[in-house]
Design a binder for this molecule. Structure first.
Ligand code: PLP
Length: 446
């Protein structure tokens, strides 16, 4: 920035901060205890604070800016669409939405050919569950502990992290089960094969004891995101698919965070060779440049609503600006080989470097992930595996680590005792290594 630009950024940021504190109510926060960082600009893999300081964005914000910030092709597509048609009643057909639906369903498995667009991920899950309930005539929804599915009433009740508890209402019809997570096994397993077999047996017993005729859907993040990026085995995911089929339960794959290239494939369920009945998405579909989510449904579910009205809708379903952003995003992901970049850099840079950090650091208990989707599990003691912050909370030790990362110019993703490495899919190898150098220094040298 020039001196003049910097002066402008500083002045605008001071006012932004003052007005924020005077009038803005923030998510998931005690309002008096927060001091939000002002973000004044962003470009590619970098964001700039109120002083114009650069931070390497290793969070992709809330793991949504999969193509990085301010991609010129997508910004231009939004501007063009704004000139043409900014908004319409969703009952009409519109070129941007039709094209977005075509491009999305081109990437989902055969037989999942229709999209219902929503404003984000939570309402995508709400609608997928509603469709599953109406399709099956059953009510209960099963989901795993250590999951996140959104913050609307039903989505937060399906969620399996502590944020559900203050929102819990007993009549949501949700039941939680333990998924596979060998490092913190609920099944006393010592091998992946044991963990898979016991987790599947536990799910089947849950289905039987809850009553197969009461269960409409299993909702499962293909790879749990915020909850810890625990990559399940292929056998587990195929087992879940098989149980759902056998017991007449709809399998809803929540791809809100893991989808659209994050794991080095278009959808994370592709790693496991399974085909869900419903797929929910948001975030990466257009990098969050304009809010957009949706549900892709199987033809069998579509058929349920062929001659019966679907009882649901949204004023902004398939919003033209959001859909134009999606069309452009999918285009650049393809033309700039971003998914291949994520897969390759994940395998050749992140995996070996994190393994080396884990080896040398006294506080890294485990590293795990795929593509541009990695978690570092921090512990007080590698033998006891006691987390560096309690589940659902923070700790002075974690705060100190986050402070050091930020001081070194990293914008990290943090959840309880974990740091997630989730930069944009199109990050350069150079920037990725610069960021990982910082993690290495902080975690190995302290
Ligand atoms: N599902 C998953 C897996 C998510 O990670 C999120 C958000 O982080 C959601 C659903 C909710 O999406 P939104 O915040 O757009 O409602």
């Amino acid at each position: 920035f020039t001196e003049d630009e910097l002066a402008g950024i500083r002045a605008e940021s001071v006012r932004a901060y003052e007005l924020d504190r005077a009038h803005v109510f923030h998510s998931w926060s005690a309002q008096k205890q927060i001091s939000p960082m002002v973000v004044s600009r962003a470009q590619g893999s970098y964001v700039y604070d109120g002083e114009g300081r650069a931070f390497l964005d290793f969070s992709s914000q809330l793991v949504n800016t999969n193509i990085g910030h301010q991609h010129p092709v997508v910004v231009e597509a939004i501007k063009k669409q704004a000139d043409l048609l900014t908004t319409i009643n969703p009952a009409h057909a519109n070129a941007a939405r039709s094209e977005a639906a075509r491009l999305i369903t081109e990437r989902t498995p055969e037989g999942l050919d229709h999209v219902f667009f929503t404003n984000g991920g939570a309402d995508a899950n709400e609608h997928a569950i509603r469709m599953a309930r109406l399709h099956t005539g059953k009510h209960k929804v099963l989901s795993r502990y250590r999951s996140y599915h959104g913050a609307t009433a039903l989505a937060i009740n399906v969620t399996g992290d502590p944020r559900r508890v203050p929102n819990d209402h007993g009549d949501a019809g949700t039941v939680h089960f333990f998924g596979p997570f060998l490092y913190r096994s609920e099944f006393d397993a010592t091998t992946e094969a044991e963990e898979t077999a016991r987790a599947l047996r536990h799910l089947e017993r849950t289905i039987q004891l809850e009553g197969r005729d009461t269960i409409a859907a299993v909702v499962l993040e293909s790879i749990p995101g915020t909850a810890g990026i625990m990559v399940p085995s292929k056998e587990y995911m195929q087992g879940v698919r098989e149980l759902c089929t056998r017991y007449g339960i709809m399998y809803i794959a929540d791809e809100v965070m893991a989808g659209f290239g994050r794991t080095g494939k278009w959808f994370a369920f592709e790693h496991f060779g399974v085909v869900p009945d419903l797929v929910t998405f948001a975030k990466g579909v257009n990098s969050g440049y304009v809010p957009l989510g949706g549900v892709v449904m199987s033809n069998a579910i579509l058929e349920t609503f062929a001659d019966r009205s679907y009882p649901g809708g949204l004023t902004y379903s398939g919003h033209p600006l959001a859909c134009a952003a999606a069309v452009a995003t999918l285009g650049v992901m393809e033309s700039e080989d971003m998914i291949e970049n994520a897969a390759t850099l994940g395998e050749t840079v992140v995996a070996p470097r994190l393994a080396a950090i884990a080896e040398r650091s006294p506080i890294v208990g485990e590293v795990r992930g795929v593509g541009m989707f990695w978690a570092i599990e921090l512990v007080k003691d590698k033998t006891t595996r006691e987390p560096l912050a309690p589940y659902g909370g923070s700790s002075p030790e974690m705060d100190a680590i986050v402070g050091k990362l930020k001081a070194a110019g990293i914008l990290p993703f943090v959840n309880f005792n974990r740091l997630h490495i989730v930069p944009p899919l199109n990050i350069s190898a150079e920037d990725l290594n610069v960021g990982l150098d910082v993690y290495e220094k902080v975690l190995v040298e302290g």
